[in-house]
Design a protein around this ligand. Sequence first.
Ligand code: 5GP
Length: 220
Amino acid sequence: MSLQRSIELKRRGLMLILSSPSGAGKTTLSRSLLERYRDAAAHESMMLSVSVTTRPARPGEEHGKDYFFIAEAAYQEMVKKNALLEHAQVFEYYYGTPATFVREHIEKGTDVLFDIDWQGTRQLAERARDDLVSIFILPPSMEELERRLRARAQDSDEVVSKRMSKATNEISHWQEYDYVLVNQDLNETLEKIDTILKAERLKRVRQSGLDDFVKDLCER
Ligand code: 5GP
């Protein structure tokens, strides 16, 4: 008779970064990924890191869900108190990642998803390289990017053209990422992200329970 017990090794959560120029599908991809893991078992769960921003809310955006919309003075206070894990100016506004939320979840084995730009990614790579998995999402073409930005219809013409000119700058940082995906088809891209996530979760450095498991294994 074989004695089988279910083995679940403790692991450290990872920081999954999705970056792209606005309009490349990143928001839809992050929502779908979170949806997929919302009801997952504890060792597979994932939370979104909700950033603070000084940008005004767009129609439909919710405080605490999409962003914490804060005044510039409150933002500067957070920077001063070291309460942000990374922070940057993007377009004419400030953005930052509240540190406590991320640290607590990583420690207890929950993955944290970030929708941040290349500046934030670079800062996190300096502070927490081992915990980081970064993915850059490219649009299939600049025409398609513009079409998607216009279809979103939340921004004025002026904002759309500003975002288009910033897109080239954002894209120029693609080589700083661990993975780069061309988002031609949302479902396909989502599956690719999921594949990356599943493999990265299995990395030795993330499996904090291995030490004890191997010790126990060898003592028998
Ligand atoms: P949006 O204003 O369209 O929501 O975001 C503009 C850009 O800011 C996006 O590229 C987004 O990824 C980036 N962003 C959002 N939150 C943060 C953050 O906390 N830190 C950094 N560095 N970038 C952010």
